[in-house]
Design a protein around this ligand. Structure first.
Ligand SMILES: [Zn+2]
Length: 499
């Protein structure tokens, strides 16, 4: 879109409007510096990430791809919470990691390493662009203590036997992001009783060890031995890696009501410069798991591996998510994922004759490749308008379908439009193997004998690796590969599944 010269509006490829939870309105996005800073609240690595958890990261990835489309360089930080996330809302008491370690009879660090690996494997399967940094909370405890010390020194805190608390009464703007009265927030947050706490909104910066209850992961602090409060890590790690102020902060809509409210309160108290800490807060809606739960793992919500074991491709899940806007609730049902897999299969069979797709990642690049093809340029404008209107992925999908049907397109124009849509959607249409989209054999369809044969090969390979016989280990891996078995090595040993 062009604007008259001299009106102070520069016509660029960069126009991007995003829905800012802070103020609940659409705003033009302009990064404050040459490289936009983006922080996404990451997983607490004490259990398998379920499909609903992964929606937040597919959303952050969609944002990354939109920024790339607009040629806005970005530095993305996604944290790994491996300490400090309390089980209860009170922020006191047991840590999720420590509870999981006790339950699974493994060390806390083993638990964290294992579930971090699972998260990264799932992220790769969903074709998420890797973050620039994945900071671990446990490696930032010293700066967290320093951060809390400053708040303590500046009078924003009070100490109780259970730890150091942030005094939310000191922050007149507390809860602005949640747009709730403090009273409303009390109801919504279902906060529990903490002995001596002045207000229910006050939260722990430091959780002191209970007498006689020694934590596994513990640090010494001016407020006694213990561990940092969960909210603290995101403020400290984001500032350490992105600078004191940065542009974008993402997370699930559940974070909008409490975690992010507390991050803002402590960060703005810490900075004390009267400026908003982060300018754009973006939140994705929930994934509703329908009545037909796919959960096969005891009572838990389904995870990506449950889908792949049932014969679905991870990209079918990604396509299902992108078929809705990130700010709409989505119902996950068997019918919906079936439909997504069928759509993906059709898309791939239509794109296959167009391969190889050209390397198109930006609007400018796509425009260049479609010069002289007005039909292709019109489709690009449609795609760009969808991106610019708060990441309208359903409209990008529709434009992709149109591009595959439109007879007026030149072959090169069609390739460029398809490549452009795929760069934004991240479905990997340029390389997906149609055979991978056929309904794959489920684990339950394997005979006992087949299962045993696979287990034996996996064990042989583990033995070969122990003996440092890499040639044999590789050979067995190739055999497994031929059987359609995908193997992932984790600190806990190899994990296999059918491809
Ligand atoms: Zn966070």
């Amino acid at each position: 879109m062009s604007a008259p010269v001299g009106w102070g509006i520069v016509p660029t490829n960069h126009e991007l409007r995003l829905y800012n939870s802070l103020g609940r309105r659409m705003e033009d996005f302009t990064p404050a510096a040459a490289v936009a800073g983006l922080y996404s609240c990451g997983p607490t690595v004490y259990a398998y990430p379920h499909l609903g958890n992964m929606r937040a990261y597919v959303f952050a990835d969609t944002l990354r791809r939109a920024l790339r489309w607009k040629e806005i360089p970005v530095r993305h930080v996604l944290n790994i919470t491996d300490v400090g996330h309390a089980v209860a809302d009170t922020n006191t008491g047991e840590d999720k990691l420590e509870v999981a370690a006790a339950r699974e009879r493994r060390s806390v660090m083993d638990i964290a390493a294992y579930y971090t690996d699972v998260f990264l494997v799932d992220s790769a399967a969903l074709n998420l662009l890797p973050a620039d940094e994945y900071p671990r909370a446990s490696t930032y405890v010293e700066p967290m203590i320093e951060f809390a010390k400053k708040l303590d020194h500046d009078g924003f805190t009070y100490q109780l036997p259970s730890g150091l608390y942030f005094d939310t009464a000191r922050d007149p703007g507390y809860g602005e992001l949640a747009q709730m009265s403090t009273e409303g927030q009390l109801e919504a947050a279902r906060l529990e009783h903490v002995e001596g706490r002045l207000r229910k909104t006050d939260f722990a910066l430091w959780r002191a060890e209970e007498p006689g209850k020694r934590r596994v992961l513990r640090w010494d602090s001016p407020w006694g031995w213990g561990a940092p409060g969960w909210h603290l890590e995101c403020s400290v790690m984001s500032m350490a890696l992105l600078g004191q102020h940065f542009d974008l902060h993402t997370g699930g809509v559940d974070h909008r009501e409490l975690h992010h409210v507390n991050e803002i309160a402590q960060s703005q108290a810490f900075l004390g410069d009267g400026r908003p800490w982060v300018r754009y807060w973006l939140h994705n809606e929930f994934l509703q798991l329908g009545a037909e739960k796919m959960a096969k793992s005891a009572g838990g919500a389904p995870r990506l591996a449950d889908l792949t074991e049932a014969g679905y491709h991870p990209m079918a899940y990604r396509l299902f998510l992108l078929g809705g806007h990130y700010r709409s609730q989505l119902d996950f049902t068997n019918a919906a994922i079936d439909a997504a897999q069928a759509t993906l299969r059709r898309l791939v069979s239509r794109v296959q004759p167009l391969r190889p797709l050209p390397p198109v990642e930006t609007l400018a690049g796509a425009r260049q490749r479609t010069e002289g093809d007005p039909a292709a340029q019109r489709l690009l404008d449609t795609i760009d308008a969808a991106v610019a209107a708060d990441l309208g992925t359903p409209k990008i999908l529709a434009a992709l379908q149109d591009a595959l049907r439109e007879p007026a397109l030149t072959p090169d124009g069609q390739r460029a439009v398809v490549a452009a849509a795929d760069a934004l959607l991240g479905l990997g249409l340029g390389s997906l193997d149609p055979a991978d989209l056929e309904h794959r054999r489920a684990l339950s369809e394997l005979s006992g004998q087949e299962k045993q044969a696979i287990e034996e090969l996996v064990a042989d390979r583990t033995q070969a690796r122990k003996e440092r016989d890499w040639a044999r280990a590789d050979q067995i891996r190739a055999e497994l590969d031929e059987l359609g078995v995908a193997l992932t090595d984790t600190p806990d040993g190899p994990v296999w599944q059918l491809r």
